[in-house]
Design a protein around this ligand. Sequence first.
Ligand SMILES: Nc1ncnc2c1ncn2[C@@H]1O[C@H](COP(=O)(O)OP(=O)(O)OP(=O)(O)O)[C@@H](O)[C@H]1O
Ligand SMILES: [Mg+2]
Length: 187
Amino acid sequence: MRELALHILDLVQNSIEAGASRVLLVIIEDIGGDTLTIRVRDNGRGMDDATRRRVLDPFVTTRKTRRVGLGLPLIDMSTRQCGGYLRIDSQVGEGTEVEAVYRHSHLDRPPLGDLVATVKTLIVANPGLDFVYRHTVGGAVFEVATRELTSILGDMPLTHPDVIAWLDEYLAANEANLYGGARHENG
Ligand SMILES: Nc1ncnc2c1ncn2[C@@H]1O[C@H](COP(=O)(O)OP(=O)(O)OP(=O)(O)O)[C@@H](O)[C@H]1O
Ligand SMILES: [Mg+2]
């Protein structure tokens, strides 16, 4: 069982490989509707219809180092094992939106995993990327954006050890806060 955070890294990696300068990552935990949605939208080069239809086949990849691409087929399989689906919308030259939906309470649904480390890594490793992360649990929302952070930090680089340590605590506190009133997914 793969933690969903690893799938999230794969999706954002795809966006970066597609030349995106903007990436929006949204996680929506709709407890009432019993869905967990992961959505990644980018302004990368996009895919034509034929590619979009074929990418769920594990032998399709545009990468040169290895002939199979596994990211999307694995996510597709895991959503369908959990009463959900994977949807890909893409426009050549415009960008791509990938949405993975799981039944929140499904027994086989992988845990979200270490979102704090994942989001921290995505922000710190891609300081030039206009990255926005938004996580909703019921009515509670936490949003953080690279742009907002860099404007607060001024001359202090995102990669400064003190900034990374602060970011870690900031993300951890806000993620925990999302579950403050609601029941945590792991009980
Ligand atoms: N956000 C995106 N924008 C444009 N093309 C994409 C995007 N995501 C996926 N693709 C296309 O779909 C193909 C398959 O993606 P997938 O993640 O399944 O495999 P991969 O990235 O090629 O390899 P792997 O993820 O195993 O390293 C990619 O090679 C790329 O051509
Ligand atoms: Mg990939």
